[in-house]
Design a protein around this ligand. Structure first.
Ligand SMILES: CC(C)(COP(=O)(O)OP(=O)(O)OC[C@H]1O[C@@H](n2cnc3c(N)ncnc32)[C@H](O)[C@@H]1OP(=O)(O)O)[C@@H](O)C(=O)NCCC(=O)NCCS
Length: 316
């Protein structure tokens, strides 16, 4: 019997079970670090159910939906997936995967073609994605399509969420509480991000950096700290926590070149202290290459490097 033809297009409500199952089976090491084995089914289930799904379909018809679920189907089963989230300047491409039996037949290539077309139709000039540095086949596929490395991110993990010693926090580090201070934080962090990154992946709404997207900030609670005094701002920390059992996240979204190590340490401890007051099972800290000076503060607080990813972007 000939193999069933592969069809490509938006995922249907009837694909829900097969789509979720596929995405979870194809999670990579960084997805586990992000807690996606728990979070992806929960968040996608919301998107595929009842009113949520109807609303996304409706927005999709108007080219307004914040997310597109693409599927390759063979014999009624999902054999390939790609999800696109529409950001300010880009479409963020996630969950690229092909069933092992259907690889090397151009399935991912076709899904990426459709994803990039939909990003162009939304007038976003860039396609952006993250790939593990060790994932040679995916990296080759993206490079061949013209994706270039925007940043390398080191992923650090701390297995417990216990606090650090409070006395080590200098008086120049304090929480950011008012709306005005948060606005100033976004402006300062954006201005202190490398130019290319700022252009392609400016902080999504409510975030201080593009990298925060990986923590699914829309479903989390966050807190922010500033290091600075009359002499000016020298850096920020931002932490996220969500449901019980989900990892907590620690970001140092931007630092000035002259920030003393004691303040980097103090920002880290302030965030750890806040995260310790939740049921977070472990803490994940993604560190883009331009923030390498934060690594000693993380390591001296029990974080260990787990893996590296590239953030890649293609001009459309
Ligand atoms: C990476 C992955 C998505 C690629 O999917 P795929 O459907 O096999 O991708 P394609 O078929 O479009 O391209 C893969 C290769 O097959 C080749 N190819 C494409 N069509 C072909 C065809 N008709 N005949 C022969 N080779 C073909 C491509 O040139 C490419 O070659 P390369 O490996 O030398 O670069 C897949 O390996 C996968 O699901 N991996 C696990 C999940 C994962 O890592 N996802 C990426 C997360 S960032």
């Amino acid at each position: 019997m000939p193999a069933p033809a592969i069809e490509f297009g938006g995922a249907r409500r009837a694909d829900r079970g097969s789509y979720l199952d596929f995405v979870v089976r194809n999670l990579g090491p960084v997805d586990y670090l992000l807690g996606m084995e728990v979070r992806a089914p929960r968040e996608m289930d919301r998107a595929f159910r009842g009113a949520g799904y109807a609303f996304l379909r409706f927005l999709g018809l108007l080219h307004r939906s914040p997310v597109t679920f693409l599927a390759a189907r063979a014999g009624g089963k999902v054999v390939g997936t790609t999800i696109v989230l529409y950001l300010r300047e880009s479409g963020y491409v996630a969950a690229v995967g092909t069933e092992a039996s259907h690889r090397k037949q151009g399935v991912a290539t076709r899904l990426l073609d459709i994803a990039e077309d939909s990003i162009r139709r939304r007038h976003r000039p860039w396609a952006v994605l993250d790939v593990e540095c060790e994932n040679a086949s995916a990296y080759r596929l993206y490079r061949a399509r013209g994706y270039q490395i925007l940043q390398t991110v080191g992923w650090y993990r701390r297995k417990t969420s216990g606090p650090g010693p409070r006395s080590a926090i200098p008086g120049t580090v304090r929480p950011v509480t008012t709306r005005e201070e948060l606005k100033a934080a976004t402006a300062w962090c954006t201005a202190n991000t490398p130019e290319k990154l700022r252009r392609v992946l400016p902080p999504p709404r409510g975030c201080l950096s593009g990298t925060e997207l990986t923590s699914l900030p829309q479903w989390s609670e966050n807190a922010t700290w500033i290091a600075g005094d009359g002499g000016g701002t020298r850096g920020y920390a931002r932490a996220y926590r969500s449901g019980a059992g989900d990892p907590g996240f620690l970001f140092l979204p931007a630092l000035s070149a002259g920030i003393p190590p004691s303040e980097v340490y103090g920002l880290t401890l302030s965030a750890l202290d806040w995260l310790a007051r939740s049921s977070t099972r472990e803490i994940v800290a993604p560190v883009p290459d331009y923030l390498a000076p934060t690594v000693p503060a993380l390591e001296s607080n029990g974080f260990e490097k787990v893996l590296d990813t590239y953030t890649m972007a293609r001009a459309l």
